[in-house]
Design a protein around this ligand. Structure first.
Ligand SMILES: Nc1ncnc2c1ncn2[C@@H]1O[C@H](COP(=O)(O)OP(=O)(O)O)[C@@H](O)[C@H]1O
Ligand SMILES: [Mg+2]
Length: 253
């Protein structure tokens, strides 16, 4: 059997002796799988992503990519952070921000790849604007373009839609699902929004409160493409939402 794209095995992490954040976190993500991780605020989701991206080492346990361990932030992985306004360079245009993902690539190839990424996120028309001239949703699309321009295999999304209004959030969810489908890209979405997790994912991993550990993994076998209205009205969606919601609520008690 082929190795999973990503696996976390028994990962624990503490920031200090009395602040255990992750406790024995174990899960697997297959190739082309869209995984959502839900857990309450402050439970350790971002810490988990730092361990996955090798920005931080676990105290114990391991993270594997196709069965291999790794030390530095690997080239097959890209991250989109929650705070788009802190992750973009305000002094660089949209085009130049996206280009930052490609510093090691020849100039002749860079322009084409940046244009492709901007087209994918529907920002061609804004290439020469600066981040402060864009709406929140456009800034997050710029951050998304910078992440996909490197042609990663796995996209880590850390509550990427948390700071935008409801309509923009919906548009970004559809855009990310569409990009993952078209680029055969696996995604690991961290969110505290249960509807979003069930709507977007192939599998939802529910975390406990701090210290975070995996409570349950729920396969989401809703057909694709998914639609914001019709999918969310199906009995299957409502039943899965009910299940995840109940698990998350039990954690809070
Ligand atoms: N670098 C750090 N040093 C010390 N404590 C931290 C650090 N980063 C996060 N924490 C604490 O660890 C806990 C989990 O944080 P985080 O992983 O950001 O949670 P989440 O992303 O689920 O909201 C929080 O209580 C937070 O205050
Ligand atoms: Mg976080």
């Amino acid at each position: 059997m082929s190795q999973p794209l990503l696996s976390m095995e028994g990962v624990s992490k503490a920031y200090s002796a009395d602040a255990q954040i992750l406790r024995d976190v174990t899960f697997k993500q297959g190739s082309n799988e869209f995984l959502a991780i839900v857990g309450p605020s402050g439970c350790g989701k971002t810490t988990m992503l730092r361990c996955i991206s090798a920005l931080m080492s676990p105290d114990s346990g391991s993270v594997f990519h196709e069965g291999q361990s790794f030390d530095d932030p690997p080239p097959w992985l890209s991250i989109v952070f929650q705070d788009y306004n802190r992750s973009l360079f305000p002094w660089l245009s949209v085009r130049r921000n996206v280009e930052q993902g490609l510093r090691d690539v020849a100039r002749s190839e860079r322009d084409d790849r940046v244009s492709e990424a901007l087209t994918a996120v529907k920002l061609d028309h804004a290439a020469d604007l600066y981040p402060w001239q864009l709406s929140g949703g456009m800034q997050q699309r710029c951050a998304l373009a910078r992440s996909i321009v490197t042609a990663p295999r796995l996209l880590l999304l850390d509550e990427p839609f948390a700071s935008v209004d409801a309509q923009t959030r919906i548009d970004l969810q559809d855009l990310v699902m569409d990009i993952c489908e078209r680029m055969s890209l696996s995604a690991l979405l961290v969110t505290h929004d249960i509807d979003e997790a069930v709507f977007m994912a192939d599998k939802v991993v529910v975390l406990s409160t701090r210290p975070a550990t995996v409570v349950e993994e729920i396969p989401i076998d809703l057909p694709r493409p998914r639609d914001q209205l019709t999918t969310k009205e199906t009995p299957e969606f409502l039943s899965l939402r009910h299940k995840v919601y109940t698990l998350v609520r039990q954690q809070a008690q």
